[in-house]
Design a protein around this ligand. Structure first.
Ligand SMILES: [Zn+2]
Length: 430
């Protein structure tokens, strides 16, 4: 059949969660994956799939590991140009670096240039889906979705709403946040592979009226995601408490305005109160772990073991440019390091699951992306597990797949990504 591609390599997929069963039980390794019409048609032995699709274009990837593309569940594409900026913690970071840069995104040409650069960088790092904050300018949302659409990506984004404690040039209002978000939602939600995410930046920069307006919008469009930040730094939590003495806790400032739900994505969620943990789990909301950001900005240690033991939905993310890397490999390494500092060792299978199937589940897309199985969208990557001399010499000693993969998780970068397919179409190398 025309339009079939057969990838031969070491095909890694998940059959369960490695947080619930052992790594061997949660994974399978096959020799080939057959792509048809943008989706995975079959996974299995190379000879079997050749027999199944004798006219498929065959791509022999040798020893490369073939997996689902990475899913970055929380990022700020407008901060691309300020990644790795020195010396600030959260609120100073926003005032010194983020807000001045975000002011530039009212210029549609600038927004478009950064959106395209950002998506090209993330694709080169093997990330095939991103949930991104934009700026308060509708142009910044149009720029992101246009660039994602042109690349055929599954992507989520929304206008970042702020009507207080931000520069005048970036402020909207409760009404304009609602109106702009609605117009963007109607323009982009469900177009090709794109989804709109209602996006209040966080409580300190949204008045109760704005939070309520966005809560109303979410109740009118409950199939949209809602993304925001929660309990990233202790100073921030104290600020929220001073702004909202009536609230039971930080999460309550969202909950009281209709902004707590299963399709809610709460970035960071490090310093949580027992009631917050209980409510997040009860509604099935997602905690998005951003480990490079948490160490880079000095926010604290996310307790992954506790979150998973509690049954929380957890995704993994770069939080660029607060995070210090575009790479989900580096992000997995940071998650491992934060686990070590918390006294919990994360298995490579758990790290890889978080960066793919776990994040896809956080985005309520686990039936479409984040894994390789028949019927799923063919967003795939090929990894070279010997991409640098330092990694190669360690991987050569490995006794099993996980030992061979771990050096790439700890030391790998975009050089490890040797192939990227989006909806079955090879994007890299072009
Ligand atoms: Zn963020």
């Amino acid at each position: 059949m025309a339009g079939e591609t057969l990838l031969i390599g070491r095909v890694l997929s998940f059959t369960g969660s490695p947080f619930e069963v052992s790594a061997p039980e949660a994974t399978r390794l096959d020799e080939a994956v057959l792509i048809r019409a943008g989706k995975v048609a079959a996974v299995g032995g190379a000879d079997d799939l050749r027999a199944l699709a004798p006219r498929a274009e065959t791509v022999d990837l040798g020893a490369a590991l073939v997996t689902a593309g990475f899913v970055d569940a929380h990022a700020h594409y407008p901060q691309t140009a300020i990644i790795a900026s020195w010396g600030k913690r959260l609120v100073d970071w926003l005032n010194t670096y983020t807000f001045p840069e975000e002011m530039r995104f009212g210029d549609a040409d600038y927004a478009r240039a950064v959106a395209e650069r950002y998506l090209d960088l993330t694709l080169a790092h093997g990330t095939t889906t991103v949930a991104s904050f934009c700026t308060s300018h509708p142009e910044s949302v149009d720029a992101f979705f246009s660039a994602a659409w042109a690349r055929g990506l599954r992507a989520m984004a929304g206008k970042t709403c702020m009507d207080r404690n931000a520069p005048t040039a970036l402020r909207d209002s409760a009404q304009s946040a609602y109106d702009d978000s609605l117009a963007l939602l109607e323009r982009w939600h469900g177009v090709d592979r794109l989804s709109y995410a209602i996006t209040p930046r966080f409580t300190p920069t949204s008045s109760p009226e704005q939070l309520a307006a966005l809560g109303a919008l979410w109740s009118e469009h409950p199939d949209c995601l809602m993304q925001t930040h929660l309990s990233e730094q202790l100073d921030e939590i104290a600020w929220v408490r001073s702004l909202h003495p009536e609230a039971r806790d930080y999460l309550d400032t969202y909950e009281a305005h209709g902004l707590l739900g299963a399709r809610g994505l709460y970035g960071h969620a490090i310093h949580l109160e027992p009631r917050e943990r209980h409510r997040l789990r009860e509604v099935g909301a997602a905690l998005i772990h951003c480990p490079t950001s948490n160490s880079f900005i000095g926010s604290g240690l996310f307790d992954m073991a506790r979150a998973k033991t509690e049954g929380q939905r957890v995704g993994l993310a770069t939080d660029t440019g607060g995070g210090s890397s575009f790479s989900m490999l580096r992000t997995m390494a940071a998650a491992y390091e934060i686990g070590q500092l918390s006294g919990n060792v994360l298995h490579p299978a758990q790290l890889y699951w978080l960066a793919t199937a776990g994040s896809a589940g956080a985005l309520h897309m686990g039936d479409r992306i984040g894994n390789i199985a028949p019927g799923m969208e063919a967003d795939l990557i090929a990894l070279d597990l010997a991409s640098t001399p330092a990694i190669a010499q360690r991987a050569a000693r490995a006794h099993d797949l996980w030992e061979a993969l771990f050096p790439t998780l700890m030391m790998g970068d975009d050089r490890a990504i040797t192939g990227v397919w989006v909806a079955g179409r090879r994007i890299l190398p072009g």
